[in-house]
Design a protein around this ligand. Structure first.
Ligand SMILES: [Zn+2]
Length: 346
C-alpha cells in the first residue's frame, strides 16, 4: 500500500510480557510514545485491557484519541480472533485475556489485534519502503525473549495460518539428548532450550549430563548470568588467561560456559536450519531481549552449525530498538482499514 494512504493518526499498543507500550503514529512515524511495566498482579485477565486503557488515557491527549482512525494491538501469544481474546499466553498471568471488546467499548473505534511476531515482521518490513533492507518479500522475524516465536512474510504475503497464529517455531523439535521440558509440556522444543526462560534449565541439564558439579544448583543462574559466563570464558580463552579459574558465578569450573555455548549454538542452528528449509527467506531478523543482548554470540553460533543445504540468508538483529511489534500493530491497522475500504467500494 502507498505511504500516502496511511490513515493517520493511528494508536498502536504493544502488550509485552515486561512492558506495555503505546505510540501515536502520524505519516507512519511515531509522534508520541510511552511505556509502563506490564501488570504483575490482579484478579483476572481484564487487568491488561484496563492497564492499556489507562496507558492511552494518561499519555495521549483527548484530541489524539478522538482523531485516531483505529487502534492496533500487538499481543504476546496466541490470539483467538473469533472471541477477541488472548489465550494461554506464556507471558501473562491468566489463561484468557479479553482485548478487543473492552477496547472497542472504551474508545468506539476499530480495534485490530495481531500476535507480536506477526506484528514484528510487519513492523520490520514496513509499508512502502519504511523497511530498511532490499528483499522485503521473503523475511522471517524471530523473537527470542521469555518465549520464542516467529513471523513470516513469504512471496510478499504475511503467513497467518488457520487461526492467525502461524510461526510457533518455539515448538520445533531440536534435541533428544538433554530432553529439556518446554513451557507447552513437551520435551525437545527449541523454546525450552534457548528462550530466556529455557536457557537456565538447558544449562542445568547440560551440567547433569556432563557430570559437572553445579555449585549454584540450589538457585538456577539466569540467562544473563550464563551469557556473562560465556563471554568471560571466551574472552579469557582468546587472551590465554588462567584456565583454572572458576566459572563466572562459581558454577563447575573453567570451560563449562564455553562448552554449554557450543550446545546452545547447535540447538539454535537446528531450529534456524528448519526455518530456512521451510520458508527460504532472504533475510532472518532476530529480536527479543535474548537475541538483542547477545546478538554477536548467537548469530556466530548459528552460522557455525547451520545446515548448508539451502543458501544461508542474511541473519541480523532488529534495528527498531524493541519497537518492531509497535510499528507492526500500526501497519496492521492501515492494511486492515485499506482492505475494509476496498470491500466497501466493491
Ligand atoms: Zn513446546
Amino acid at each position: 500500500m502507498a505511504k500516502e494512504s496511511f490513515p493517520d493518526p493511528i494508536i498502536a499498543v504493544d502488550m509485552g510480557g515486561s512492558n506495555l507500550r503505546v505510540a501515536l503514529f502520524k505519516d507512519d512515524t511515531i509522534v508520541r510514545y510511552a511505556k509502563v511495566p506490564t501488570p504483575r498482579e490482579g484478579s483476572g485477565g481484564e487487568i491488561y485491557s484496563e492497564a492499556v486503557i489507562d496507558l492511552i488515557r494518561s499519555n495521549l491527549t483527548a484530541d489524539d484519541i478522538a482523531s485516531a482512525k483505529a487502534l492496533g494491538v500487538s499481543v504476546p501469544g496466541p490470539y483467538n480472533p473469533e472471541k477477541g481474546e488472548l489465550i494461554h499466553s506464556p507471558n501473562l498471568l491468566f489463561p484468557v485475556v479479553p482485548i478487543k471488546a473492552p477496547l472497542e467499548n472504551e474508545f468506539h473505534k476499530p480495534v485490530f489485534v495481531m500476535n507480536d511476531c506477526n506484528c514484528g515482521v510487519l513492523g520490520e518490513v514496513g509499508i512502502d519502503g519504511a523497511g530498511d533492507h532490499s528483499d522485503r518479500n521473503n523475511v522471517v522475524y524471530i523473537s527470542m525473549s521469555t518465549g520464542i516465536g516467529c513471523g513470516v512474510i513469504a512471496d510478499g504475503r504475511l503467513l497467518l495460518g488457520n487461526t492467525g497464529n502461524a510461526g510457533e517455531v518455539g515448538h520445533l523439535f531440536v534435541d533428544d539428548v538433554y530432553s529439556v521440558r518446554c513451557s507447552c509440556g513437551h520435551t525437545g522444543h527449541w523454546e525450552g532450550y534457548a528462550s530466556g526462560r529455557g536457557i537456565p534449565h538447558f544449562f542445568r541439564a547440560y551440567c547433569r549430563k556432563n557430570q559437572i558439579p553445579m555449585k549454584c544448583s540450589a538457585i538456577l543462574p539466569t540467562a544473563a548470568d550464563i551469557f556473562a559466563g560465556i563471554k568471560e570464558e571466551l574472552k579469557n580463552t582468546e587472551s590465554g588467561a588462567d584456565s583454572d579459574a572458576a566459572g563466572a558465578d562459581g558454577c563447575g569450573g573453567f570451560g563449562v560456559f564455553a562448552g554449554f555455548y557450543e550446545e546452545l549454538s547447535k540447538v539454535n542452528a537446528r531450529a534456524v536450519s528448519s526455518i530456512i528449509a521451510a520458508y527460504s527467506p532472504a533475510v532472518i531478523i532476530l529480536d527479543g531481549s535474548v537475541a538483542i543482548n547477545n546478538g554477536e554470540l548467537i548469530i556466530a553460533g548459528i552460522l557455525k552449525y547451520i545446515d548448508k543445504y539451502l543458501p544461508t540468508p542474511e541473519i541480523r538483529l532488529s534495528r527498531l530498538e524493541g519497537k518492531a511489534p509497535l510499528y507492526g500493530a500500526a501497519y496492521n491497522c492501515a492494511l486492515s482499514l485499506g482492505r475494509q475500504q476496498a470491500t466497501e467500494e466493491k
